[in-house]
Design a protein around this ligand. Structure first.
Ligand SMILES: Cc1cc2nc3c(=O)[nH]c(=O)nc-3n(C[C@H](O)[C@H](O)[C@H](O)COP(=O)(O)OP(=O)(O)OC[C@H]3O[C@@H](n4cnc5c(N)ncnc54)[C@H](O)[C@@H]3O)c2cc1C
Length: 415
């Protein structure tokens, strides 16, 4: 029986970053996943490190936007009808959290994490020899109507009051940054305080390689084998059982599979999302991720090609893929950027793990000594992986946390 100071379950960007922070503090660590690091949700995202993010994605507030979603005409969202009764309580809670005062509360409670997101990634990238994936070019949001651009004024004013830069651009200004975009939009906002990566999988893999170089183990195993022992916890890996005092559940959308049998039932839902890679036509290219805000998709330059990512789909995590949003948005996307042949034959699908208040859970598991939680990073798991690693490692090793962890406690759901 092997014994470590800590086991981290789940080798996505969140779990790998936590394991790395623990190993850097001198703990012996085993990172356990049923597959290889970074190959699930952390593989297929848009690669944006959103240091600038203030507000969560809102529930549609005006009737016409809601009707477009309900009638399955919205490119930005889709749902499985049979799944609605199951997800309805979560959707109602999400709607309540879209009230202006709750959105402002999110902005304030999450700022300590978002404000350190880029510097924490950069520090790990430097150690891991991965800075070549980092682009500090911000991201660009496009608006096809004056009305939707005007609706960003409050966010930009608030950002300015916090010293977060944003630049409103006309079509020429935006095309000076991204000459391959066609002038099918009216206005743009450049957020230089964001960064992006050209290969999210390679970033997680580089952090995992650094972890091994520090003497930690990456093992293959099923997290559902987690059991309490007399002295702590045990997990069965292919290499044999591993004992530990402290265990971290960083399983993203799969966290409930391990937590429910332990009696921990937190209200997590998933927002599924898809991507497809395209070769750009001719000499076309992008320097940074670009969001077509009203249509609700992102095009991001990746090593694999131009990655087009979709908005949210409400469906069971394990239900078969239904990438119908592409049918709705491809004509407008092709209008904006010269997308050529597809690189792969099938779209990729992943599940953003989301709580209704859009905040992750980071901290102790209620009623289970030695068990720690780090999941539910929603639209920002790539962004927040390293900063989550620092915060949880601070808490687990008894150091003074760099920020107040109370807003991320599991107990906020009343458990
Ligand atoms: C289309 C799309 C676009 C996105 N764009 C962005 C973006 O631009 N910026 C951003 O910050 N975020 C973005 N996100 C969100 C981000 O990708 C996620 O929040 C993040 O990847 C979650 O990371 P994680 O480590 O928690 O989960 P995961 O990466 O899913 O890792 C969980 C791990 O647990 C393992 N696992 C599951 N079950 C078991 C088991 N029983 N035993 C052992 N191991 C198990 C899995 O194999 C997996 O490796 C996007 C997401 C999507 C879907």
């Amino acid at each position: 029986m092997a014994r470590t100071d800590a086991i981290v379950l789940g080798a996505g960007i969140v779990g790998t970053s936590i394991a790395l922070h623990l190993a850097k503090r001198g703990l012996s660590v085993a990172l356990i996943d049923r597959g290889a690091p970074g190959k699930e949700t952390s593989y297929g995202n848009a690669g944006v490190i959103e240091g600038n993010t203030l507000f969560p994605h809102p529930f549609p507030r005006d009737f016409s936007a809601l009707m477009r979603v309900a009638l399955k005409r919205a490119p930005e969202a889709n749902y499985h009808l049979s799944f609605l009764p199951q997800v309805a309580p979560w959707l109602l809670a999400y709607r309540a959290n879209s009230a202006p005062e709750r959105r402002m509360e999110f902005a304030q409670l999450m700022r300590p994490l978002f404000s350190r997101a880029i510097s924490e990634h950069e520090a790990l990238m430097q150690e891991a020899g991965a800075t070549r994936y980092l682009r500090k070019e911000g991201w660009l949001k496009l608006y096809r109507s004056e009305k939707s651009f005007a609706a960003t004024a409050r966010e930009r004013d608030y950002a300015a009051s916090l010293g977060l830069p944003s630049r409103a651009l006309d079509v020429d200004g935006a095309r000076a940054l991204e000459p391959s975009l066609a002038p099918v939009f009216r206005q743009a906002v450049h957020w230089p305080g964001a960064a992006s990566v050209s290969n999210p999988l390679a970033v997680t893999q580089a952090y995992a390689a650094r972890l091994v170089a520090l003497g930690a183990f990456i093992l293959t195993g099923d997290a559902r084998s987690l059991r309490r022992t007399g002295t702590g916890w045990s997990v069965v890996a292919e290499e044999g059982p591993v004992d530990t005092k402290e265990v971290v559940v960083a399983l993203g959308p799969w966290a409930p599979d391990v937590l429910a049998p332990l009696g921990i039932r937190l209200p997590l839902a998933v927002k599924r999302g898809y991507h497809r890679h395209f070769r750009p036509r001719g000499n076309a290219g992008l320097v940074r991720p670009v969001v077509d805000a009203e249509i609700g998709y992102c095009i991001a330059p990746m090593e694999q090609g131009i990655r087009l990512t979709t908005g949210a789909e409400f469906a069971g995590r394990d239900a078969p893929p239904s990438p119908v949003q592409f049918d709705r948005l491809m004509p407008t996307a092709r209008e904006l950027f010269p997308l050529g042949d597809e690189v792969e034959t099938k779209p990729w699908m992943g599940s953003r793990p989301c709580f209704a208040d859009s905040r992750p859970v980071i901290g102790r598991a209620p009623g289970q000594p030695g068990l720690w939680l780090a999941y539910g990073h929603a639209h920002w798991g790539l962004t927040l992986g390293p900063v989550t690693g620092r915060l949880l490692a601070d808490m687990m090793t008894g150091a003074t946390p760099f920020c107040d962890p109370a807003p991320y406690r599991a107990e906020r759901f009343g458990s």
